[in-house]
Design a protein around this ligand. Structure first.
Ligand code: C2G
Length: 131
């Protein structure tokens, strides 16, 4: 059985998120998703996500293409998560291209092209402009 692992914030869940998850799932038999914690986002991006970590995890848990969801507490723990979940393949969007190549000693690493023209930031901007 081939296990695929991926990571993300998945705030204001949108079709770009769905596309990478369905493509990742098609590359194996089981998809495990690490959802970045609220604390990790505050630390790295200086603000909390719009949806809190429980809600972001809950949305992912209910998706047909996702088999398991866990909380990503630090960007530096990826090798531990890969080992814990016995992952054969790490998938990330190509905005992260090259960033996780050092993990290729643990599992295969693949960067998939992002879905164009949509992001959490662009959704937030559109909503703000419409106020
Ligand atoms: N994504 C995509 N197309 C988009 C937007 C996002 O393919 N239009 C992908 C990203 O490349 C990423 C995943 O969806 O692989 C989740 O995106 P974010 O929620 O923005 O996650 P991010 O904050 O980049 O992840 O260890 C990584 C961290 O958890 C942070």
């Amino acid at each position: 059985m081939k296990t695929v692992i991926t990571f993300g914030t998945f705030d204001l869940f949108h079709v770009g998120h769905l596309n990478i998850l369905t493509r990742a799932r098609q590359l194996g038999d089981r998809l495990v998703v690490g959802v970045s914690s609220d604390a990790l986002n505050i630390h790295k991006k200086g603000r909390a996500p719009v949806y809190d970590q429980q809600d972001r995890m809950h949305i992912l848990e209910e998706l047909k293409c996702v088999n398991e969801v866990f909380l990503e507490e630090s960007l530096e723990f990826k090798s531990d998560y890969i080992r814990t979940f016995n992952a054969d393949l790490l998938v990330m969007g190509d905005d992260w291209a090259g960033r996780f190549d050092s993990l290729s000693c643990l599992c295969e690493v693949m960067y998939l092209p992002r879905t164009p023209s949509i992001s959490t930031t662009s959704v937030l901007e559109i909503v703000k402009r419409q106020k």
